[in-house]
Design a protein around this ligand. Structure first.
Ligand code: SAM
Length: 230
């Protein structure tokens, strides 16, 4: 059966790629990428010659139909994003949705699991993660306050992504809301996981803000927040 492989790739350290991911990326007819230039670097590193095609959430219907035709016509494809697991706060789920809806009798969808910034951060947070709430990126304008209220009200640890341009703003706004709520929260901010400048900041939100300010605020961030119950 023709197959669409959804393949996780490293979030920084290229050694985190799985043997199976390499085998699949080498063996498929075409790799669908969020940004072909980013994926090409990974492919060059592992000497993989498979052709690539850009595919993203805003791809035109024409391109989506072209991809569906390739699958119908017997091609095996791999879908990757710039880093981590496709579909987790990045493009990917739309194509999987399309294939499930229109080609599920003809095309098998196979996961090739691996790194993801969420699970990497969750695994080192130091709090029980039997249940957690993942909220993606905070909205930049509308619904921002509502998003923060959801963080504060959550019964479970909350994980979200943030960019280096907004990390301090977001933590400061959350701090103001924490103060009003009267609860105390522990914060773990994971920066540049698996990369050269990997740093994990832990403490109350005020402590973490001060620590981040002392370093160059660069790189990629995952935030984990949970109430202190003592
Ligand atoms: N699908 C990806 C995954 O499974 O990890 C996430 C894609 S999302 C567009 C990218 C965001 O993930 C970044 O802005 C950052 O918040 C987080 N992220 C990705 N790589 C990271 C890393 N090495 N360290 C910390 N955060 C990272």
């Amino acid at each position: 059966m023709n197959t669409l492989y959804v393949v996780a790739t490293p979030i920084g350290n290229l050694k985190d790629i799985s043997l199976r991911a390499l085998e699949i990326l080498k063996g498929v007819d075409l790799i669908l990428c969020e940004d072909t230039r980013v994926t090409q670097k990974l492919l060059n590193h592992f000497d993989i010659k498979t052709k690539t095609l850009s595919y993203h959430q805003h791809s035109k219907l024409k391109k989506i139909n072209y991809i569906l035709e390739l699958l119908k016509g017997g091609k095996n494809l791999a879908l990757v994003s710039d880093a981590g697991t496709p579909g987790i706060s990045d493009p990917g789920n739309k194509l999987v949705e399309e294939v499930v809806e229109s080609l599920s009798a003809q095309v098998k969808i196979v996961t090739v699991p691996g790194p993801s910034a969420i699970t990497a951060a969750a695994s080192i947070a130091g709090v029980a993660m039997d249940k957690f709430l993942f909220l993606g990126f905070p909205p930049q304008k509308k619904k921002r306050k509502k998003y923060f209220e959801e963080v504060i009200k959550s019964k479970y640890p909350v994980i979200f992504y943030e960019s280096p341009y907004r990390i301090l703003k977001t933590l400061s706004e959350l701090n103001q809301m924490f103060q009003v709520s009267g609860f105390k929260f522990q914060v773990v901010v994971c920066r540049e996981l698996t990369k050269k400048f990997e740093t994990v900041y832990r403490g109350t939100i005020e402590e973490v803000i001060e620590k981040i300010k002392k370093d160059p605020v660069k790189g990629e961030f995952v935030v984990v927040i949970y109430p202190i119950r003592k």
